[in-house]
Design a binder for this molecule. Sequence first.
Ligand SMILES: *Cc1c(COP(=O)(O)O)cnc(C)c1O
Length: 358
Amino acid sequence: MRVYNFSAGPSMLPLEVIEEAGKNIADYNGSGMSVMEMSHRSKWYDAINTEALDLVRELMNLPDDYHVIMVQGGASTQFEAIPLNLLKTGKADYIVTGNFAKKAYKEAQKYGDIRLVASSEDKKFTYIPKTAREDFRQDASYVHITENNTIFGLKYNTLPDTGDVPLVADLSSCIMSEVIDPKKYSLIYAGAQKNLAPAGVTLVIVKEDMLGGELPICPTMLKYRTQIDANSLYNTPPCWSIYMMMLNLRHLKKLGGVKVMEQINREKAKMLYDFIDESDFYNNFVEKESRSLMNVPFVSPSDELNAKFVKEAEQAGLVSLKGHKLVGGMRASIYNAMPVEGVKALIEFMKKFELENK
Ligand SMILES: *Cc1c(COP(=O)(O)O)cnc(C)c1O
């Protein structure tokens, strides 16, 4: 039996996508081989690679001067790849709105003059700090933000105004969950295991004018130009993850693309937040205008009840609802693949649990 899986990552994939992969698992397109076995230089894999890259470009409506590459190492490796590739002026500004943002800020410090412009750590990352254009150094190579904070459940609803300083954003937990204007960003990166694919592949979308200023110590494998020139085939890619991403993006396109997905995601998030707000049993601590569409942390009146909730929810087929260890309580990650019915089932369970434990 399939459960409703609220894991923050790796997370649910659409059942249709998993079944499609299953149908072809031992013999892909008459090749007599699984995608897991074939050469990444084969004509079959080449078609998968090209279609995956083209679908990212199409679904995100990327202008021609943006490159798309697929790399390994997760979003965490990008915390270092970004300064190594982009620190042309030796300076960069960071905004810290959660744990991953803090890690990105920390790693970057090895490579140049990195400034913390704003942080919401004073209030346990429950809000997006306000910034003005003057707060950023106009000679900074870029400003780094984490668009959706996976652990604490908050997101940017309005991007910071950085003036002429390029914006770099970690979209690991919100990529393709809502329509964005790619022209507002100079670099977007995302580990695929939340909204796009199984773990193993990371997307980097970078504007041409950001390149050319790599630090001399930048490893060949982390240099964006290496994979851009090789069409993401410089070395052996995570073929299976990329294949699954391709199938998932085909599925997203068939549904109507990111615009349709955004409507569904807004509907799911609204249902859950409305229920939490109307209840005097459950609570969410994030300021309303910065609530995440993807990760919804909440608590019941006590730690004991939280533990009981997680356990009983699991028995009811609602799994991985335990909050991150930094936050406690519960967290429902409701990424693209979580159906509306899954959120409805969660709310029904929450009602029942409240009645039984009030
Ligand atoms: C999950 C996550 C990461 C870490 O991704 P890895 O691929 O595990 O390195 C980084 N940033 C955000 C916003 C995330 O949600």
